[in-house]
Structure formats: structure tokens, C-alpha cells
Design a protein around this ligand. Structure first.
Ligand code: NAP
Length: 244
């Protein structure tokens, strides 16, 4: 992965941070991102101290302006972009009857519109290079649905249709587009869940353990590699068997 340029959205913590660190350790130059400029700069310094080539950009990828600034940083700093990992995501859970329009909009805007804006800004550079990897982080609930997550499941399912379309439109340019659908991964997002729900989830996982951020990062590393060059339009599930 030496000298490849990667952008990982939502990478100040959790899965995104693990992805950025893994790509960086494997020689990629990585642009990391979150809405908080202060936080992303501090993470960026931390990763640089580990010897990784990283720069941070504090923008909200919900907006076209934010996404453009993020991708432009990769171009200004390192001349283009090879790998885009659309990872930033939020949840606003409640049963459908109680779900308000704002909860719906916020989740769609971050999880789906953000992906649209970042991909739009990045893909031109990839087409010029005739090499690209677009890796979109969905969720198993995009395949199965989940009570209390109508907004999140809709966005995560939308990511799959979006990615399969990109795979068909950009295959000719040597750009692959794939989805990773994680199951239950231990991060701040899942830490917030009540213990009872966590126990119910664990009971449903054949491997009887939650996933780690590194489990997802290793799949990203593979999909971003030269070795994965003939894999496109796929949904790779990393869930310990949860969705079976
Ligand atoms: P997390 O710990 O909540 O981290 C989310 C990251 O995204 C943070 O860095 C956050 O930073 C950033 N972010 C949120 N909104 C943003 C925006 N509008 N613009 C830029 N950055 C934004 O989440 P996670 O658990 O690591 O999840 C990462 C991805 O995996 C998400 O897409 C999630 O849906 C998916 N996923 C997670 C699980 C799981 O079990 N954890 C399972 C399946 C799928 P700021 O808040 O500072 O902006």
C-alpha cells in the first residue's frame, strides 16, 4: 500500500480510527476526519508520533462543502486519492411510531448523503489515475432490518444499492466499489446500548463474542490492496455469524 493515498471519513475513534491506523501502518498516506477539528488534530498528532503519514481535516461530511474540503486536502497534500473509505455514520434509534423527522433526516444526511458527497468529490481523481478503491461501511442491519433502526437500516441498505451501481459504472476505469457490513463491533456507538440489549445480541452471535474495530479494519486493508483488484460490487459481512 506504499504511497497510496487514502481518505477515511469519521476516523477520530472507533472503526474509522482502526481503519486509518491499519492503512497507515501498511504504508498508505491517510487523511483522517471528524466534525471536531480539535479532536482530529490531536488524533493526527498521535498517529504521526507512531510514524504514520497522516493529516486531519475537521469537517462535516453531511455537506458538499465539507466533503469537497476533505478530498481537496488529499489532493493538495499528496496529489490525488486512491482509496476512499466512507465510514462516518451515526444512529438515532427509536421505534418507528416514535421516530421523528429530525432523527430520520440526520441519519440519512450523515450515512447516505455524506457518502454521496465524498464519493462525488473523490472519484474524478481516481478515474484520472485509472485505479481506485471505494469501500463503504454499511451494517448487517442494512441486510436484515432491525426494530428501532428504521432510519439507520434504510441508510445502510441504501449504501448497498449505491455501491453496486458504482461498481457497474466505474469497473471500466479500474475502480472497485465494495461494502463491508459489520455486525456488533465494540465502539462508543455500541457502548451506549443497555446491558440487556448487549446480552441479547451476544446470544445471537454464533461466535459468542463481539467484533473488534481491527476485525473490520483488516477487511478494509484487503479490499484496498492490489490483491483484491478483481472483487467489486460485493457485500462482505464481518459479524461472527450474527446475520446467519
Ligand atoms: P463511532 O464510534 O460513533 O464513530 C463515528 C465517527 O464518525 C467519529 O469519528 C465521529 O466523529 C465521526 N462522524 C460522525 N458524524 C460525522 C459527520 N457528519 N462528519 C464527519 N465525521 C462524522 O462509530 P463506529 O461504531 O466506529 O461506527 C463507524 C461506522 O461503522 C458507522 O458508519 C457505523 O454505522 C458502522 N457500523 C458500526 C457498527 C458497530 O457495531 N459499532 C456496526 C455496523 C456498522 P465526530 O462525532 O467528532 O464527528
Amino acid at each position: 500500500m506504499k504511497d497510496r493515498v487514502a481518505v477515511v471519513t469519521g476516523s477520530s475513534r472507533g472503526i474509522g480510527l482502526a481503519i486509518a491506523r491499519t492503512l497507515g501502518k501498511n504504508g498508505a498516506r491517510v487523511v483522517i476526519n471528524s466534525r471536531s477539528e480539535e479532536r482530529i488534530n490531536s488524533i493526527s498528532s498521535e498517529l504521526q508520533k507512531e510514524g504514520l503519514q497522516v493529516v486531519g481535516v475537521g469537517v462535516d461530511i453531511q455537506t458538499r462543502d465539507g466533503a469537497d474540503k476533505l478530498i481537496q486536502k488529499a489532493i493538495d497534500e499528496w496529489g490525488g486519492i486512491d482509496i476512499l473509505v466512507n465510514n462516518a455514520g451515526i444512529n438515532r434509534d427509536s421505534l418507528f411510531l416514535r421516530m421523528n423527522e429530525e432523527d430520520w433526516e440526520e441519519v440519512i444526511k450523515t450515512n447516505l448523503n455524506g457518502m454521496f458527497h465524498c464519493t462525488k468529490a473523490a472519484v474524478r481523481s481516481m478515474t484520472r489515475k485509472r485505479w481506485g478503491r471505494i469501500i463503504n461501511i454499511s451494517s448487517v442491519v442494512g441486510l436484515t432490518g432491525n426494530p428501532g433502526q428504521a432510519n439507520y437500516s434504510a441508510a445502510k441498505a441504501g449504501i448497498i444499492g449505491f455501491t453496486k451501481t458504482l461498481a457497474q459504472e466505474f469497473g471500466i476505469r479500474n475502480i472497485t466499489a465494495n461494502v463491508i457490513a459489520p455486525g456488533f463491533i465494540e465502539t462508543e456507538m455500541t457502548d451506549r446500548l443497555p446491558e440487556k440489549i448487549k446480552k441479547q445480541m451476544l446470544d445471537r452471535i454464533p461466535m459468542q463474542k463481539f467484533g473488534s474495530c481491527e476485525d473490520v479494519a483488516e477487511m478494509v486493508k484487503f479490499l484496498a490492496s492490489d490483491e483484491a483488484g478483481y472483487i467489486t460490487g460485493q457485500v462482505l459481512v464481518v459479524d461472527g455469524g450474527l446475520a446467519l
